[in-house]
Ligand binder design. Sequence first.
Ligand code: C2O
Ligand code: CU
Ligand code: CU
Length: 491
Amino acid sequence: MHRRNFLTGLAGLAISGPAAAQMMHDMGHMGANGAHDMAMTGGKPVLPEGQPLRELPRLLNEAGEAGLFKARLAAGPGLVRFADRLDTPALLYNDGNPVIEAREGDRVEISFRNGIPDEPTTVHWHGMPVPADQDGNPMESIASGSERLYAFDLPQGSAACYWFHPHPHGFTASQVYRGLAGIFLVKPKVDPIPAEYGDTILMFTDLRIAEDGSMPASNMIDVMNGRVGDHILVNGQKNPVFPARKGEKRRLRLFNATNARFLRLTFENAAMALVGTDGGLIEAPVGIDDLLLAPAERVELIISFDRPGAAKLVTLDYDRGWMGPGKPEAAGITLLTADVSEEAAPNVPPLPATLRSIEHLSKPAVTRRFVLTESMEGTEMKFLINGASFDMKRIDEVSKVGQVELWEIVNQADMDHPFHVHGTQFQLVEREKNGAVTQPSYRAWKDTVNVAAGETVRILLRQDLPGRRMYHCHILEHEDLGMMGTVDVRA
Ligand code: C2O
Ligand code: CU
Ligand code: CU
């Protein structure tokens, strides 16, 4: 689509779907430069920085027996204190963003209650190999005030950093930015990463907060680009600090739980090794200088703090494509600081040279092609896959259990779109842009892959469970606007 046409069309822009009314209402409060710019001026709340990094609350396992994780989870309104003396109305799972920790082989039973006034919701277990009818699909929404049980088994080999979030069509973006997300850690029976490295969860969220402490509703710029906030938070804190000792190695699990932030990251004054991706450990550690963590992606890193002083996790520049005013600064944000002591850490075991082996997906039985476009139809902005907007009554693709498939995702749009598939993990085969093809240098399981503007990404995947699965852009506003489809996997 032509950018100029797009911008001229902005004023009379219309959108469809359940979220439309809310957004049109918000439009009424937008100044010429949008509510985002407006909020940048004047008495913006200051968030405290440099506090000790806190751990997210754990969801209590109520089961009295080994091999079972049983808990109660509720979504509902609550207050969070991000800035001094200001309460922020938010949506919470229990008291915040809980961590569920279970093991391979465990049975999981979560009774869930939707306490969100007047809105449906679901709980989607992002990246997890759970049965389709337990995966919080938009087709199985839970009405306000209702309950349901989510139950599934965690197969062998499924150890990884997953997360969970709502997936009710048209409400996903706003429920997530208002606070609904949690971590689901599946631990392996035997972990090759030395226990001495610790195990630290770093959950990134994105907060926009007004003078009165509230979270402003989204405007049209947010809806088009995906909502970006004023503050990137780690476990709910701005630039928290944790202590480390010289020579120490730490295991960090990074979760991009933002609606639409592309985080290109580096650790200043420390060395990074990538050891895991969305679907768990890779085969061997890979030394890296920086990495791109697109919305919904996760990585596991081993950080070596070899020099005393401050070691900062900072953002680098990244152009993800932006429409209209208010393009956020990508570079130079400090997310987290490690305070590294002069005193050396005793007995730091080396990082093993191999971590596990990953089966090699090959010989696809079918090839599917998914073309991502942004278009303006009349005054209506559309985010489409193969020319179609999401319709939960439509099946877009029919697949077979156990069949290896090659999916070709072609981004013909001006923005990057992180592409996500439910119910399984896939392998990146190659990326192609302007005729140049690049292959990854290591094998990895992924459930979300960024497809840059103008790029084609090829992945191999196999669904091992039957049922309807969603695939979509994980900029949640794009998903809500229809950049989503359904594959029916048949036995
Ligand atoms: Cu993380 Cu369909 O979602
Ligand atoms: Cu998902
Ligand atoms: Cu998108």
